[in-house]
Design a binder for this molecule. Structure first.
Ligand SMILES: [Zn+2]
Ligand SMILES: [Zn+2]
Ligand SMILES: [Zn+2]
Length: 279
């Protein structure tokens, strides 16, 4: 019996294709449904406990719920922050759909306060569909005897909530799930040293953009993310297994080509929906 993590999607908040976009990636995905991509989310499964958890409730929640609960029943949801790719799926827990009863919803105090204060989210706790479990950044919580999780505060555009990544620890391995961060330097100037110090074996990291050329007409200083090519340079040829996640629809890493080949030449890879890691 073991503990595992399963990647349930790879895309940035808007998915792929995005409405109204005819960039090469969106056009290809519209023409070929096999190229469509769900918004990033991670499932955690403890087979011995017969329980599963979902990190982030995305707009693709129904399909991701099915993919995860084929392995074990859902025992809780963990949130990173209040941007559109990461929590709207909570609505399926409410009375219009699943009518869940007391499902644990793990969030930072600020994220929990946001959910309590604003409809329609406020109805989920008030109606008893979820039970908010507040975890301060840095505080470790045991989900099961073999699975411990810790929210890690990260710098991001915190308009509505703060933002966390999650450390997931089994007795033998540690996974770091970080879909959104503005940049590494304000988090940990030496990312590789921090990952090693914390004991991370597997890092799933924000790769929203590969290069700054991807969004003509949008000011990237208003939507900062570490560039995948820069992150790859920080972590190339190391002991940590790296999979890039949270790819924007414009990202050249979606398709075979020189950018993807370069990432793989660094000993890194792009995450794929359905990836499973034994923890
Ligand atoms: Zn996001
Ligand atoms: Zn597009
Ligand atoms: Zn975000």
């Amino acid at each position: 019996m073991s503990v595992s993590a399963i990647l349930l999607g790879v895309a940035q908040d808007g998915g792929l294709p995005q409405p109204g976009c005819n960039c090469p990636n969106c056009a290809a995905a519209r023409a070929n449904p096999a190229l469509r991509q769900r918004v990033v989310s991670l499932g955690l499964v403890d087979e011995a406990a017969g329980r599963a958890w979902l990190i982030d409730a995305t707009p693709d929640f129904p399909a991701q719920y099915d993919a995860l609960t084929a392995r074990a029943p859902l025992a809780g949801v963990l949130l990173t922050h209040a941007h559109m790719g990461h929590y709207p799926g909570l609505l399926w827990l409410g009375p219009e759909a699943m009518n869940a009863r007391g499902l644990p919803l793990y969030a930072t105090p600020r994220m929990a306060a946001f959910l309590r204060a604003h409809a329609p989210w406020s109805g989920l706790a008030a109606g008893g569909h979820v039970t908010l479990v507040e975890i301060a950044p840095g505080q470790e919580v045991a989900l099961s005897p073999r699975l411990r999780v810790t929210p890690v505060a990260v710098p991001h555009r915190d308009e509505y909530s703060d933002t966390v990544a999650w450390l997931v620890r089994s007795p033998s391995r540690t996974l770091f799930y970080c879909p959104d961060i503005d940049h590494w330097r304000a988090f940990q100037p030496d990312l590789r040293a921090w990952l090693q110090r914390v004991g991370v074996d597997i890092a799933l990291l924000d790769a929203t953009f590969f290069s700054p050329d991807e969004l003509p007409g949008r000011d990237l200083t208003q939507i900062p993310h570490p560039l995948a090519r820069d992150t790859a340079s920080l972590l190339a040829d190391g002991d940590i297994e790296v999979a890039f996640i949270h790819l924007n629809h414009t990202n050249p890493l979606w398709r075979p080509g020189p950018e993807r080949a370069w990432i793989e030449a660094q000993g890194l890879r792009v995450g794929a929906q359905g990836d499973v890691w034994r923890l």
